[in-house]
Ligand binder design. Structure first.
Ligand code: FDA
Length: 400
């Protein structure tokens, strides 16, 4: 009989295992993939953006915005940095407080596995889960390809649906279903957009071009609506739009809604065009615009909107306003997202109203815990999702 079985040897599962093991609990982690921490290894372009210096509850999407507060305040970014430092893993800070390993994300997995080993945790990989059942109070049985196991506390840490090729499965939602715990509708998050066929064809020629941009999207909660914006790099792809600014806004975008892109976020283009018109009336429109933006982007957007590039003196003020609108409030026709195939996270998930924000114990089933991305909690791009995984894994690890 195990004290604790954790299903999923990812970020949250390993952190929970370490903490429970340190408390003297007999812990078994069951992982169906060939190795632990696969997503950690491929994260941050192989360097793992393991936390963010400015982590706050406001960086997370959850139907109950208060749910994340307890865990994030009990295990902070500084706690994880201290762990990384203890293992002498060198790191660097990038824009917006994002922390990455200098060398390799594999160091983070090695660190977690070393800590788990020291805490006496057993990690069993290539272990397919067939079924599980609650036999009595605080007593579960788990049937697997490698045999049957029994435990007092069962922790579900199997993550979300993104990157099925890397081993993502809906097991957490199925287990929730088995115990009649509601699951909020799931969809791909931190994911590139695809464009409607007509725009996709026209903008595909810009594939590979990147530029700074601000993306804005309207978010409605109950009767209230507000705009949310992110300023980061935009990347044109052969399918549509990507880059950090798109991944960030994708968390807030809903099917059928529009986003607005400002391709010159640090400029008042209308004022700039009026100024140029006054001082250089014979200069062609595209020459002026190409001083601020990649030439191919200028040509492509003008052609798409059927705006001819003429000497500036030939435009009325209203036309200059329309040109400004095109470059500073461009509303691309979004077809959808690239889906779980390329998404970094899953929005929605297990309803947090049914889980304790302090212990992550399921309120209706004694001994059952849900942690990590499987819950209806999604962070922004920038190390927030790992910080959530560490924080809730740590918190559950104090209780199981
Ligand atoms: P996680 O996915 O880490 O672990 C779940 C584990 O459960 C996996 O090992 C899986 O194989 C296992 N599992 C699933 N189904 C199972 C089953 N049926 N039986 C047994 N085991 C099962 N975040 C961030 O903060 N910084 C970053 O740099 C990145 N980069 C990044 C890149 C890419 C390409 C992706 C896809 C994602 C990121 N993320 C990220 C997001 C981050 O990886 C993610 O939010 C956390 O890993 C979630 O931690 P969990 O423990 O919840 O799931």
């Amino acid at each position: 009989m195990w004290d604790v079985i954790i299903i999923g040897a990812g970020a949250s599962g390993l952190m929970c295992a370490i903490e429970a093991g340190k408390r003297g609990r007999k812990v078994l982690v069951l992982e169906h993939a060939k190795r632990a921490g696969q997503k950690i290894i491929m994260s941050g372009g192989g360097r793992c953006n393991f936390t963010n210096l400015y982590t706050e509850p406001a960086n997370f999407l959850c139907d109950n915005p208060h749910f994340v507060k307890s865990a994030l305040s009990r295990y902070t970014q500084w706690d994880f940095i201290a762990l990384v430092d203890k293992h002498k893993i060198s790191w660097n800070e990038r824009d917006h407080g994002q922390l990455f390993c200098d060398d390799s994300a594999k160091q983070i997995v090695a660190m977690l596995l070393n800590e788990a080993k020291e805490a006496g945790v057993q990690v069993q990989v290539q272990c397919e889960i067939f079924s599980h059942a609650k036999l009595a109070d605080n007593h579960f049985s788990v049937q697997t390809k490698l045999g049957d196991y029994e435990c007092h506390s069962l922790v579900v840490a199997t993550g979300g649906l993104s990157l099925p090729k890397m081993g993502a499965t809906p097991l957490a939602y199925k287990i929730a279903d088995q115990y009649e715990i509601p699951v909020k509708a799931t969809r791909a998050g931190l994911v590139p957009f695809t464009l409607q066929p007509s725009q996709k064809e026209k903008f595909a020629e810009l594939s590979g071009i990147g530029l700074p941009a601000r993306a804005t999207c309207q978010v409605t909660s109950g009767k209230k609506s507000k705009d949310i914006s992110f300023s980061e790099a935009l990347l044109f792809t052969h399918r549509g739009l990507s880059g950090p600014v798109i991944l960030q806004i994708s968390n807030y975008w809903q099917v059928g809604e529009k986003i607005s892109l400002d391709l010159l976020p640090d400029l008042d283009l209308f004022a700039e065009l009026l100024h140029a018109q006054k001082n250089h009336p014979d200069q062609a429109l595209k020459t002026v615009l190409a001083q601020q933006l990649p030439k191919r982007v200028v040509e492509c957007l003008l052609a798409f909107s059927e705006i001819e590039s003429l000497p500036l003196k030939q435009y009325h003020e209203k036309q200059l306003q329309e040109i400004t609108q095109l470059f500073q409030h461009w509303s691309p026709e979004i077809n959808g997202t690239e889906g779980y195939r390329t998404a970094e996270v899953t929005l929605g998930g297990i309803d947090t109203d049914f889980v304790s924000s302090k212990t992550f114990a399921c309120k209706s089933v004694a001994g059952l815990y849900f942690i990590g991305e499987a819950l209806d909690v999604t962070g922004w791009l920038g190390g927030f999702n790992f910080q959530w995984a560490w924080a809730c894994g740590w918190a559950a690890g104090q209780e199981v």
